[in-house]
Design a binder for this molecule. Structure first.
Ligand code: NAP
Length: 266
């Protein structure tokens, strides 16, 4: 079967919403057993489906990622009971007051601790399991790691650091068969957009990437034969963005843009 994850065990972080929820769902459907976490356990269960939880195909672990001791305990529990060979870090946040003059020590800390520190601790605590199985790490970064945009200096710094972290870990671990992949999405229609100072209107959201598109990219990366590794992948909303052209918080719809005609291929 194409993109099969049969026999693989994944830990998906941020599985209650948006991109992480779509990845957890896609992984279960591709045959992996998925350990899925976020603070809102009931939404994680809904994302992977109660049937898959009841069947043991998905296991829900409610967790606050800023609690490093709890995160270490989960890694230890998995090492002892069901070692993982895929780690996906898709939790993340931004603050509404995101311009430099609006940032405070508190908001800087909020963004950095979730977007960067938790990723470090997750990789640090699960790497022995991943190393043992020649596993995969997928980090959901952002195009804002690659060039300046409207997302604010704290978010951009955290995402650029995630990509740098991925490069460094990859350099140290690739000879152990571990693949570390950073995904750099442009605008994705998820609840994270509601934290923007001006959330984009529905007609723009319609043309954004959907969480399922990012999940498909992640699934493709981890399904490659172990000899092949995609270190970084950028994915943007075709009609709204292009490489380097993601600076508009709410991209304008091109004047020619209408609804796809019936029968259009996309
Ligand atoms: N949407 C975009 O346009 C976009 C673009 C590029 C990159 N990204 C990145 O993609 C990733 C996913 O974002 P999204 O758009 O899917 O956002 P989302 O729908 O808001 O999902 C964020 C996820 O992070 C989890 N989370 C937040 N704080 C947490 C905490 N303290 N402990 C545990 N989990 C926590 C949330 O779960 P709980 O609240 O249940 O804990 C939720 O599952 C983020 O890293 C984001 O920066 C998003």
């Amino acid at each position: 079967m194409e993109n099969s994850l049969e026999g693989r065990v994944a830990l998906v972080i941020g599985a209650s919403s948006g991109i992480g929820a779509a990845i957890a769902r896609a992984f279960v459907e591709a045959g992996a057993r998925v350990h899925a976490t976020a603070r809102r356990g009931e939404l994680v269960t809904a994302a992977v489906s109660e049937e898959h939880v009841a069947a043991g195909r998905a296991v829900v672990h409610p967790l606050d990622l800023t609690d490093t001791a709890a995160l270490e305990a989960l890694a230890g529990e998995l090492a002892a009971t069901d070692p993982i060979d895929i780690l996906v870090c898709a939790a993340g946040t931004n603050v509404t007051g995101r311009l430099f003059h609006e940032l405070t020590g508190e908001s800087w800390e909020e963004v950095r601790s979730l977007n960067l520190d938790s990723v470090f601790h997750l990789m640090r605590t699960t790497m022995p399991q991943l190393r043992a199985h020649g596993g995969d790490v997928v980090l959901i970064a952002s195009v804002s790691a690659a060039w300046p945009d409207h997302s604010g200096p704290a978010y951009q710094a955290s995402k650029a650091a995630v990509v740098a972290l991925a490069r460094g870990v990859s350099r140290d671990e690739h000879t152990n068969g571990v693949r570390v992949t950073s995904i750099l999405p442009g605008i994705v229609d998820t609840p994270l957009l509601d934290r923007r100072p001006s959330p984009p209107p529905p007609e723009v959201r319609d043309w954004c990437l959907k969480p399922e598109d990012v999940a498909a990219a992640v699934l493709a990366a981890v399904s490659l034969p172990p000899r092949a590794h995609i270190p970084e992948m950028t994915i943007v909303a075709t009609r709204l963005q292009s490489i380097g052209n993601t600076q508009a918080a709410t991209p304008e719809l091109p004047p020619t843009l209408g609804r796809p005609a019936a029968g259009a291929r996309r």
